[in-house]
Write a protein that binds this ligand. Structure first.
Ligand SMILES: NC(=O)c1ccc[n+]([C@@H]2O[C@H](COP(=O)([O-])OP(=O)(O)OC[C@H]3O[C@@H](n4cnc5c(N)ncnc54)[C@H](O)[C@@H]3O)[C@@H](O)[C@H]2O)c1
Ligand SMILES: [Zn+2]
Length: 336
């Protein structure tokens, strides 16, 4: 399946297809120097598959994990490009999860003021969440994604067959973003998680999630307002994540963060059932004061509210101002 993302001054295709990396050259121009960026957790066969189709293929493999979204990781990719005399006409191909996509995309966005970037996401999270949106970044001074750019790929090749080798926990982690997409904008997608076999409907799940993100990003490319609805579950989710950094994955925290921001009781029951079906623990057991402090920490002095994303029923989303006392109450209820 092909999906086209139409932005103000350009458009690009997202291919969602099992085995698509095996014939990537039908979708992307590899008749130039190609730097495949990957990490050492990504099965090497995917990298080799791209290299074997490139006229002049090179590869750079960084260490797996968030640690590589760093100045050091960035330098490693830049060195590889420069040492191999890459020019403006050449391209960078990311083969891996969100870490590789963010790192490779950021390097591509800055090397010679920007060279072509092709993204081959190989995790559920990166296929569902980071293949559309144009955000690329590295971390700096313990601050996540603080150095980055909006940089659109030339095309995205989401090969769903690569997900077969993904460890189960990572697989489920990414699906949480699809549950989120269903809740904010696509009841049918949410129902797939309620009623259908997830594995068998994976392509539909990915496509529907991408459509939700595409529709939002096309209307709000640079994240001014509308795009904020994509943060559903992330306000409390991020606070939980910061307390369980080495223990829980992002999706496992967002799963916890979605429940308190779901207003309708019946929808909460449905959401809990979906999360249980995915084998996710959605309980929050942290000290509410600590969570509250984290959520209000970055706010400007004098402000006494946050803008939260709330869902009433699947497809019914709204942005609401929540006062600090209200937020406090929501967190206390969530921890009960
Ligand atoms: N740019 C965006 O819009 C955006 C959106 C969401 C998340 N992100 C970023 O994405 C990152 C997380 O991405 P992630 O969850 O994909 O994690 P990840 O990139 O760390 O990948 C998870 C693990 O799976 C391994 N792996 C990747 N593909 C595999 C495969 N097919 N088979 C077996 N193993 C495989 C990797 O080596 C890694 O160890 C974070 O840094 C986050 O900030 C970016
Ligand atoms: Zn997220």
């Amino acid at each position: 399946m092909r999906l086209t993302v139409n932005l103000v001054d350009r458009k690009y295709d997202v291919i969602v297809e099992a085995g698509s990396i095996g014939h990537i050259k039908e979708y992307a121009d590899l008749r130039r120097k190609v730097m495949v960026v990957s990490d050492d957790g990504v099965p090497a066969e995917y990298v080799h598959s791209v290299l074997s189709q490139a006229e002049k293929g090179f590869s750079v493999v960084v260490a797996k994990g968030e640690i590589s979204k760093s100045l050091h990781g960035y330098e490693t990719v830049l060195h590889a490009l420069l040492n191999n005399k890459f020019t403006r006409h050449d391209c960078v191909v990311a083969v891996g999860g969100g870490v590789v996509g963010d790192l490779a995309g950021f390097a591509a966005s800055t090397y010679m003021r920007g060279i072509s970037f092709i993204n081959c996401p190989t995790t559920t999270l990166s296929q569902i969440d980071s293949s559309i949106g144009g955000k690329v970044a590295i971390n700096f001074d313990n601050t996540k994604n603080i150095v980055g750019a909006f940089y659109q790929p030339e095309c995205v090749i989401a090969d769903t067959a690569t997900l077969k080798t993904l460890p189960r926990r990572h697989y489920i982690n990414g699906l949480v973003e699809a549950v989120k997409a269903g809740l904010i904008a696509d009841e049918k997608l949410f129902e797939v998680f309620e009623k259908n076999d997830i594995e068998r409907n994976l392509e539909e799940i990915i496509l529907r999630s991408l459509n939700v993100k595409k529709n939002i990003v096309e209307q709000d490319e640079k994240e001014s307002s509308l795009r904020a609805v994509l943060n559903f579950g992330h306000t409390i989710g991020h606070a939980v994540e910061s307390l369980h950094m080495d223990e829980w994955y992002h999706g496992e925290c967002v799963a916890r963060g979605m429940i308190p921001m779901t207003e309708d009781k019946d929808t909460v029951i449905r959401l809990k059932a979906v999360l249980s079906r995915l084998g996710l623990d959605y309980r929050i057991t942290d000290d509410p004061q600590r969570l509250f402090d984290i959520m209000t920490h970055d706010k400007k002095a004098g402000s006494d509210f946050i803008t939260a994303v709330k869902v009433r029923k699947p497809g019914q989303v709204r942005l609401v101002r929540i006062s600090y006392p209200q937020l406090r109450k929501i967190v206390e209820e969530a921890v009960k």
